[in-house]
Unconditional design. Structure first.
Lengths: 790, 300
């Protein structure tokens, strides 16, 4: 039966339309021949089609619209009839002879409209009569449409201020009274729909009702269009009357829709001036009404209003908008104990947005809102609801967006407390939001206290929050997160070294708990940040006032030592080694020999104990050599020890070519161009010779193992080193040595056993070209090169 | 066939004209054959004057034993066909016995005639006034002609006219209070009122106000009652809830009402009732009937 419902409905609608059209046809004929009696008869019959109970509101509307069009024609006829001398009063009586009430009232409204236009009677009397007579239709759908028709035809005939229907007897009060009454009756009918019919069709009914809601809401729209309603009248009459109806109807659909309607149709400034009254209604609404949405929209509107012009802000202050809203939200939450936490958060979120817009200078308001939110959350524990957490993120992001400045947000004492109610996932999201805000706005977080607070906020990224229960975290996401933390650490800065040092300590304190996965990301930026501070201090007189506890590079290095050490424990030896070397270099620049030596020691220990991968060893040894080469702080002894060690490591690499390269690199340790005390030509030569030996050995091994001598690249590389030192004036490197090396390479290249290697050939060729070029240069260099025969 | 027509044709034409026939108001009257004719309208204590003219057919003479005109007020009961009760009977002798050769005109006048009852055409009876002209003859039978006219009597508004107000109901089911602004209405009046729903526990579909006419004839065991619903006027569509009030505004002018007649000549009464009917979704009817008095008010 239900399945047939739709089909049947179509049939009924078709039948209704057919009946309507047929009678409309006869009506037109009567209109054309000026036959009033027939016109009335057929129009009443036509309107009888609207008496049906079989159509859903949607279909009924279709029928209604057709009737509506026909009634427009009838109205024109009535107007002409009145002009031809037919008494409009008589006409008004005549249509009331119709026996059926629905056609009678449609006709009455139609004539009534002409009656008002004729001004033979005061508009208010006619309107009052019409709205009163319409009570005869108690059927919700038919009543709603009839009254909607009444609203439609009377719209332009209200005795509004400035309207032609305004007069001594007719004032805007009458217009308001009329619309309010029609509104009240319509709402009653609309609400009644809910309670008629079987319970199992509740859902269908609710759908139908929502289709009809705009008919009711239109009245409020009409009210909002009445010019004569000034603030006083709105405050004293309109709003209280409308709210009274809204509250008393005790229907959730109506309450939700109408509250929203009120908020949307009336001007912001009226809302602002009547906040007490408007907000007073909210706690009285039914518990199931979605107050949060409505209230949020109100706050949104007011926020936008505040944003529209600075001139209106004093109004907000004058009416204490914030206090009122805050109070109202509290009451609503109290009145609706079953409101889901999502609702609560949404409300506070809107309020926060509101206060941020309206009172950007009142941080205490914002904090108050967050505090109230915390209070509510505290009774619920961690949030499970997905939407609610999203809403919290929105709530917490609002101050960041507004102030573009985390520093301001850090002043909100309740801010971190709200965070506590988020799950770790959301905490991370929030932390990311915060970091992004800082980066976007290049906010300077420049005191240790704030850094402390900030890290408290983003601790979701800094450490594992929920007791080490590792969720499946996407590797890329994790990297992304940690990289952003690293960037954040780099951004923290204060020109005052004392404060900066404190910041570093604070950051260290926080990141140390981060665990093996995070430290490799977070330690380096901290180390570099510290080194930056060292560099800054390095230029200054050390400890000018001799204060005991002032920040000195030494102190920082001590700290750095500890910081880097944590990496060793993870273990991340390569990274730690690199950082030690960086520190050593910085210590070198500060002329702190023992410190530098200590860092090198640490690096060596790591090299010896932790770095076992040969590839890693190669990288490490070259780093060590490079760094060591630049050190000038060491005394002969220390330097010897370190270089000795480095050379030793080099010779112990696994692969011969690697050994060779490391060893010839070591040669630089004995010859530093800008350091006169490090120019030990002999040892340079020793290194190079050793490198040659190893290269030879490599050749032989290759020969033995593969039957071919392998590339001559190593020899060419060594040749280049020879040339370098030759040019730099190392007395131990002479033309003969170079000459013999050149020959060696040439021979090797021509030997049968050598493997052809175009890269090596090219390298050699360009080396020869270089020699030629230097010769051509002439002068001292040219002379020097002259003897070499390529 | 001509001679046959001639044979049944009356020997003369009799016509009755009223002296103020041109200016007097004419009203429609339904004849027995269903045709409507316009007849002059009188009221009680008016003088009825005019002329009777008798015109013999061409070349004939009428021999008579007297000409008279009667004014009769009759009540005719349909179930008692043929029985007329004349409650008024006035006679004017117009001519002494003699012959009429050519058209002859007689003036007549009944002055200030008491006509207490109104012309009425009901379901089971009619009350009519008629002028009857009789040309009496010794042979060939008397020649009779009738002239109809109507009587309507006007009343002035009643000095006391209370509203009708009543609370009715079915226990725990339906409780309403209704109010009609008056108990006596003139025939072009408007009934204004209100219905308050004090308790509604049934699903009402609609509510009508009916105007019913109750015509009773005869007396005692021979009483015939005929009830006729003259108006069925829908007052409400749909189911009201407690606290609703529904307005009533019913114009009486479109309906063919007569004044209320009480015990006319001990023969009949015509009474009017307002019947408030509520129909529920199962088409059960709940009603309450109240008598109202209808009177005729002079048109202003």
């Amino acid at each position: 039966m239900i399945a047939d419902g739709v089909e049947d409905e179509e049939k009924w609608l078709a039948a209704g339309i057919a009946g309507l059209q047929q009678n409309a046809f006869y009506m037109h004929r009567a209109l054309d021949s000026n036959n009033l009696r027939d016109a009335l008869k057929y129009s009443a019959q036509m309107l009888s089609e609207l008496r049906t109970s079989r159509l859903s509101p949607h279909k009924y509307y279709e029928l209604y619209m057709r009737a509506f069009d026909e009634l427009r024609k009838l109205e024109v006829f009535f107007k002409e009839e009145a002009r031809r001398g037919c008494s409009i009063v008589d006409l008004y009586e005549l249509v009331q002879h119709a026996g059926n009430i629905l056609p009678r009232l449609y006709l009455l409204c139609t004539v009534g409209s002409v009656y008002i236009k004729s001004k033979e009677a005061p508009a208010k009397d006619v309107l009052k009569d019409l709205v009163e007579m319409c009570r005869g239709i108690q059927h919700p759908v038919r009543g709603l449409f009839l009254r909607s028709y009444l609203a439609q035809v009377s719209r332009d005939k209200l005795p509004d201020i400035g309207s032609e229907y305004e007069g001594d007897a007719d004032t805007v009060v009458d217009a308001v009274e009329f619309v309010l009454q029609n509104f009240t009756e319509m709402n009653k009918l609309w609400v009644r729909m809910q309670h008629q019919g079987p319970a199992r069709e509740k859902e269908k009914r609710e759908k139908e009702r929502s289709e009809l809601r705009d008919l009711v809401g239109k009245n409020l729209h009409v009210l909002s269009q009445i010019e004569g309603i000034d603030l006083d009248m709105y405050k004293d009459t309109v709003l209280p009357r409308v709210l009274e109806q809204v509250v008393n109807c005790k229907d959730e659909i109506a309450q939700y829709y109408l509250m929203d309607c009120i908020i949307q149709v009336f001007p912001d400034e009226y809302h602002l001036q009547t906040l007490d009254v408007l907000l007073g209604a909210f706690p009285q609404l039914q518990p199931a009404v979605d107050i949060k949405t409505v209230l949020s929209r109100l706050m949104e509107r007011l926020s936008n209003y505040a944003a529209s012009s600075a001139d209106v802000l004093p109004e907000f202050l004058q009416v204490e908008a914030f206090a009122k809203l805050n109070n109202a939200i509290g009451k609503v939450i109290e009145a609706q104990p079953d409101m889901p936490i999502l609702g609560v958060i949404t409300l506070y979120s809107s309020l926060l947005t509101f206060t941020l817009h309206v009172h950007p200078d009142r941080l205490d308001y914002a904090d108050q809102v967050l505090g109230a939110c915390v209070n509510k959350l505290s009774s619920k524990g961690k949030l499970e609801d997905n939407k609610a957490t999203k809403q919290i993120v929105a709530l917490l992001s609002a101050p960041l967006d507004k102030y573009n400045d985390i520093v301001t947000a850090l002043k909100l004492s309740n801010y971190p407390r709200v965070l506590e109610y988020l799950d770790s996932e959301t905490n991370k999201v929030m932390a990311t939001v915060i970091i992004q805000s800082i980066m976007k706005n290049k906010t300077r977080v420049s005191t240790a206290d704030r850094v402390e607070a900030l890290f408290e906020l983003i601790k979701g990224l800094i450490k594992d929050l929920d007791g080490g229960a590792h969720d499946e975290v996407d590797e890329d996401d994790f990297k992304e997160e940690q990289n952003s933390v690293a960037r954040l650490i780099q951004l923290l800065h204060n020109d005052d070294p004392e404060e900066m040092f404190k910041i570093i300590c604070t950051v260290r304190k926080h990141i140390l708990g981060g665990g093996p996965k995070r430290l490799p990301f977070t330690v380096p930026p901290l180390v570099f940040s510290s080194l930056k501070l060292v560099r800054q201090l390095q230029g200054q007189e050390e400890n000018p006032f001799g204060e005991e506890d002032s920040t000195t590079p030494k102190k920082i290095f001590q700290l750095l030592n500890q910081i880097v050490e944590t990496l060793c424990n993870i273990p991340a030896p390569e990274l730690a080694l690199q950082l030690y070397l960086q520190c050593a270099e910085a210590a070198n620049d500060c002329d702190l020999e023992p410190v530098a030596y200590e860092f090198f020691t640490q690096a060596y220990i790591l090299y010896e104990e932790e770095i076992s991968d040969s590839r890693a060893q190669i990288t490490a040894i070259h780093l060590i050599i490079g760094t060591l080469q630049r050190m000038h702080v060491f005394g002969v002894e220390n330097r010897d020890t370190l270089t000795h060690k480095a050379t030793g490591y080099s010779a112990k690499l696994l692969k011969k070519p690697d050994q060779c390269r490391a060893v010839y690199a070591c040669s630089h340790l004995f010859w530093v161009d800008d350091q006169d005390n490090v120019k030990d030509g002999e040892r340079v030569l020793l290194c190079l010779k050793r490198a040659l030996r190893i290269a030879n050995a490599a050749q032989q091994m290759s020969n033995a193992a593969r039957g071919s001598a392998g590339s001559v690249t190593l020899f060419v590389e060594i040749l280049n080193k020879y040339l370098y030192f030759f040019e730099k004036g190392n007395p131990q490197i002479n033309v003969a040595a170079i000459q013999s090396l050149l020959e060696l390479v040439t021979t090797e290249m021509q030997s049968d056993s050598s493997t052809p290697d175009p890269a090596a050939d090219a390298f050699f060729a360009s080396t020869l070209r270089y020699i030629e070029f230097q010769k051509q240069k002439g002068g001292a260099v040219g002379e020097k090169y002259e003897p070499i025969k390529a | 066939m001509n001679f046959l027509i001639g044979a049944f044709k009356p020997a003369c034409n009799i016509s009755i004209t009223f002296s103020d026939g041109k200016s007097r108001k004419q009203v429609p009257m339904k004849k027995e054959n269903g045709k409507t004719v316009m007849v002059p309208l009188f009221q009680s204590k008016e003088s009825i004057a005019g002329k009777v003219s008798i015109e013999p057919l061409q070349g004939k003479k009428i021999e008579h034993i007297g000409v008279k005109v009667e004014l009769l007020g009759q009540i005719e009961m349909y179930f008692d066909r043929g029985n007329f009760y004349d409650f008024t009977s006035l006679v004017r002798e117009l001519d002494v016995p003699g012959d009429i050769y050519e058209r002859k005109t007689y003036p007549f006048e009944f002055s200030t005639v008491e006509m207490p009852y109104e012309t009425y055409n009901g379901a089971n009876l009619r009350l009519r006034y008629v002028l009857k002209v009789t040309v009496s003859r010794n042979y060939g039978g008397s020649i009779v002609e009738y002239g109809d006219f109507m009587v309507r009597n006007y009343s002035s508004p009643p000095p006391i006219n209370n509203s009708i107000k009543m609370e009715v109901g079915i226990e725990d089911c339906l409780h309403i209070e209704f109010e009609y602004n008056k108990s006596k209405y003139h025939m072009k009046d408007v009934i204004i009122g209100k219905i308050y729903f004090l308790l509604v526990r049934i699903k009402i579909k609609n509510m009508d106000l009916e105007i019913r006419r109750r015509e009773s004839t005869g007396s005692g065991a021979n009483t015939h009652v005929e009830t006729e619903t003259l108006a069925k006027f829908e007052l409400m569509d749909g189911a009201p809830v407690r606290g609703e009030s529904i307005p009533i505004r019913l114009f009486l002018s479109p309906y063919e009402l007569t004044p209320t007649y009480r015990n006319i000549n001990n023969k009949f009464s015509v009474k009017y009732y307002l019947n408030l009917v509520l129909v529920d979704e199962e088409d059960r009817r709940y009603f309450k009937q109240q008598e109202i008095t209808i009177y005729r008010q002079r048109d202003s």
